[in-house]
Every structure is written in structure tokens, then in C-alpha cells.
Write a protein that binds this ligand. Structure first.
Ligand SMILES: CC(C)(COP(=O)(O)OP(=O)(O)OC[C@H]1O[C@@H](n2cnc3c(N)ncnc32)[C@H](O)[C@@H]1OP(=O)(O)O)[C@@H](O)C(=O)NCCC(=O)NCCS
Length: 430
């Protein structure tokens, strides 16, 4: 097992090594996930794995970044066919032992570990009311139970008190009996009941693979249900869970491995994540920019401004113009943006700051954005749209813009030109 005092391993080669770059790249994700409720399901085997201490550190870090965490752990499953009092007692003992172990790890505050001075509060308790499974195929299921009720208010209260909620897959009946529950069912009911923003299930596999063994990075619920047919049996249970919770309103489910050091952080705070993401809708969204997108827009256009590809605009200018931007987001991260500045008085609109993140180019994002802006300009009843560009004149020509000159623009727009850029002006009649 890796001890908390072990030196950190090198970051994977594809992560930025410059801490400033890393911090800037991560900031939009931190903003997007702050204040969200995330249910993390630890499949059987997670707590015994050597990497578990790193999982605890990652959870602690997510918590300190403002994510409201509900952690469900799965203990040794009971064999439904051979149900004995001894098996039940050992299952309960295993569950409680796991809970104690997790609480202990969250309580460590060793120097040189991410938990140093973190002062984490972990709350576990009688959050689940259960009922007996009863007799199935002639076998009395004894202490196997089903979830009857979740104390959502109690969990919310703990989360609002800045605690991490730890849920053991055990439940109590109103008569005081103890039941061991199916952890997958607990994850399902909790995610739904809490109206969680995410469910992350950590299993002993990387995610969902296609028939050739290639990992699906992202799937819509419909595609995920199709993938059920080809996916390995061990993946089917969590894939069904992921689809079910998405169907019941949870926007995202992530399936990742508990064996990967930093897996949680890579899944939530990097571009492409590490496992399989399942979402009800198309993964990418084109929409009007909102306040939470500002950091992502700045991150996207700042390097292009520094290279002289886009006209210089201060952060304050961009913030002021935020309502004019449309963005394409991928799991809350801005991957492309563009702005439309309508000048109704002079019957013209400027298209500006069109940018697609280098990792997402050549997939039609730029064209979709410009088409959206052109349609918005038409709705504003202006007769022309124009753009100034130094390097993408041909690209705009492909989108119906025609090379023009500043002289064709009204005086109010000419004043906005930056002479030193020597940019070309292209105009499209609407
Ligand atoms: C221009 C830009 C927004 C295009 O984004 P995108 O999401 O890749 O756009 P699309 O996928 O719709 O278009 C890609 C196509 O345009 C072509 N293209 C990209 N840049 C081009 C350029 N400067 N000149 C001509 N064609 C170009 C690509 O080769 C690709 O062609 P293909 O479809 O034949 O393979 C992106 O390259 C970018 O961010 N550039 C830097 C910022 C910039 O110059 N903005 C414009 C000034 S406001």
C-alpha cells in the first residue's frame, strides 16, 4: 500500500507540467464543480486496494474544492443462494470494518499528504431505512434487505455542515432490525433522491469498452444501452446503473477505475477524463454564455491574443461582453466560443473572438458557432455581418463571407479597428 508519506509519482506525460499552466487549465473545472453534489460509489475491492489511500486523498481534495461528497462503499456481497446467519454476521462485520477503515483514513492529517491540516469531517449514520427481501425461491434471505427510504434531509444537513457523508450499505427497519443492502441499489436511490449532479462509480476496470476492447470516453444513455449488448458482464451492472440514474435526472454518470492513481481528479478536472462518461443528452452543448463560462472563455482566447491571432481585449472587456458570447461546452468546459456584437443603429453586426480549443478543431464547432451567430444577427434584423481576421480569411469565405474593406463599414464600426493588426475585413449579407 502507498503510504501517505511516499513521494508523489510523476504526473502522466499528457498532463501539463508547468504549475501555472496546470492551474489555469484546471480553474474552469474547479468553478464548474464547486457546490455540486457528487455521489461516489466504491465497488467491492476498492478499500482493500493499494491505491485506496490516493482515492481518499483525491476525495479530500475534491471536498476542499467545494464538491459536496456522498461516498457509498460496497462490502463483500452476500451469496443469495447460500444464506446463513454466519454469512450475514460476517458481511455486517466486513461493512463496519470498511466504514471504520475509511473514517480512519479520512482522519489522518500527516504532513506531506493532501490531508495535512484538512480537518475533514466525515458523517456516517442511520441514513437508510430498509425492509427484508423475504423468501426467494424457497430460501429465506434473512438479513438481506431492500432500501425503503433514504433520509435525504439528514444527508443534506451533513453536507451543508461541510461534512463528507459516508454511507455504508446497511439499513435499519423501524423495528430495529439490521439489513445488508445491495450497494448498487443504494447508489441508485441516493443519486436519485439527492438529485445529485453526478454519480461516479469506481470499479476494478477502466470504463466501458467496445467489442474491440477500446474504451468509450463518452456515451449518451441511448448509446450506453446499446453498448450493454457488447460490454463484459461485470460492466453491465454499473452501465445499467449509470443509465438509470441519468434517466432519473442525474446529468452525468462516470465509470472509472479505483486502481488508477489520480483517477478521480483526472476524470473531473482534465479535458478528456480517464473513464467513461454517460450523459442523457449529446455530450457537447451549444448555448449562450453564462457567468460560469467566463474563465473558460478567457482560457481559450488568451493564448490566441498573445499570438496576435485574435484582437487584444482585456479581461474586463470580455466580461462586459459576456452576454454577447455563445459557447460550445463539453462537460461544463468551454471548448469553443464566439461573440456577436449587434449595432442595430447602423444595421450591422460584428462577429468576434471565434475560437475552438486546439484539441477540438476540425469537428465543425467553428462553423456551428458562426452559423448560430449569423442566425442571431438575422433575428436582430441587421442586414450585414462582418468579421476582422488576420489568418482565417479563407475559412470565413467558406462560410459565405466576402472579402471587403473598412470603407464598406459604417463609421461607428470603423472606429473599432486596430490599425496595427492590419486585419482583413470580410462581410456577409444576411
Ligand atoms: C478558425 C477556427 C475557429 C476554426 O475552428 P474549427 O472548430 O476547427 O472549425 P470547423 O471544424 O468548422 O472548420 C474546420 C475546417 O476549416 C479549416 N480551417 C481551419 N483554419 C483555417 C484557416 N485559417 N484558413 C482556412 N481554413 C481553415 C480546417 O482545415 C478544416 O477544414 P476541413 O473541414 O476541410 O478539414 C479555429 O481554427 C481557431 O480557433 N483558430 C484560431 C482563432 C481564429 O483565427 N479565429 C478567427 C478570427 S475571429
Amino acid at each position: 500500500m502507498t503510504l501517505p508519506t511516499d513521494p508523489p509519482t510523476d504526473p502522466p506525460a499528457d498532463l501539463p507540467t508547468d504549475p501555472i499552466d496546470w492551474f489555469r487549465n484546471t480553474a474552469p473545472y474547479i468553478n464548474a464543480h464547486r457546490g455540486t453534489t457528487v455521489v461516489v460509489g466504491l465497488r467491492h475491492g476498492a478499500t482493500e486496494h493499494d491505491n485506496f489511500i490516493n482515492v481518499v486523498h483525491d476525495l479530500a481534495l475534491m471536498h476542499s474544492l467545494g464538491v459536496q461528497l456522498v461516498v457509498v462503499h460496497e462490502h463483500e456481497p452476500l451469496d443469495a443462494a447460500v444464506m446463513t446467519s454466519d454469512a450475514f454476521a460476517s458481511s455486517i462485520a466486513h461493512a463496519l470494518d470498511q466504514r471504520t477503515q475509511i473514517e480512519r483514513l479520512f482522519s489522518m492529517g500527516l504532513p506531506n499528504s493532501p490531508l495535512h491540516n484538512a480537518r475533514l469531517r466525515v458523517v456516517s449514520g442511520n441514513f437508510i431505512t430498509a425492509r427484508p427481501v423475504g423468501v426467494i425461491d424457497g430460501v429465506d434471505q434473512l438479513g438481506r434487505g431492500l432500501v425503503r427510504h433514504i433520509d435525504v434531509a439528514g444527508i443534506r444537513h451533513a453536507l451543508e455542515g461541510s461534512a463528507i457523508c459516508l454511507v455504508t450499505s446497511l439499513g435499519h427497519s423501524p423495528a430495529g432490525e439490521l439489513f445488508t443492502l445491495d450497494a448498487i441499489e443504494v447508489m441508485r436511490v441516493l443519486s436519485r433522491g439527492l438529485g445529485a449532479d453526478k454519480l461516479i462509480v469506481m470499479s476494478d476496470f477502466d470504463g466501458i469498452e467496445d467489442a474491440d476492447g477500446q474504451l468509450f470516453r463518452q456515451l449518451t444513455v441511448d448509446a450506453a444501452r446499446n453498448a450493454l449488448v457488447t460490454s463484459a458482464q461485470q460492466q453491465q451492472q454499473v452501465l445499467t446503473l449509470a443509465c438509470d440514474v441519468c434517466d432519473s435526472g442525474v446529468p452525468r454518470s462516470h465509470l472509472i477505475s479505483f486502481q488508477e492513481d489520480g483517477g478521480l481528479l483526472r476524470e473531473l478536472y482534465t479535458h478528456d477524463g480517464i473513464g467513461t462518461l454517460i450523459s442523457p443528452d449529446e455530450y457537447e452543448q451549444l448555448r449562450a454564455a453564462e457567468g460560469r463560462d467566463l474563465a473558460g472563455i478567457l482560457e481559450l482566447i488568451r493564448p490566441l491574443q498573445q499570438q496576435g491571432v485574435l484582437a487584444e481585449r482585456s479581461n474586463e472587456d470580455i466580461e462586459r461582453l459576456l452576454d454577447h458570447f455563445v459557447v460550445i461546452t463539453k462537460d461544463s468546459r468551454v471548448v469553443a466560443c464566439a461573440a456577436l456584437i449587434v449595432n442595430s443603429a447602423d444595421n450591422i453586426a460584428e462577429i468576434a473572438s471565434v475560437a475552438t480549443h486546439p484539441d477540438y478543431r476540425d469537428s465543425g464547432h467553428g462553423e456551428r458557432l458562426v452559423e448560430r451567430l449569423v442566425n442571431m444577427a438575422k433575428e436582430s434584423k441587421v442586414r450585414r455581418a462582418y468579421v476582422r481576421t488576420t489568418q482565417t480569411g479563407h475559412w470565413f469565405q467558406g462560410l459565405g463571407f466576402i472579402a471587403g474593406s473598412e470603407a464598406e463599414l459604417p463609421e461607428s464600426e470603423r472606429q473599432k479597428a486596430k490599425a496595427a493588426r492590419n486585419s482583413k475585413t470580410l462581410i456577409r449579407a444576411l
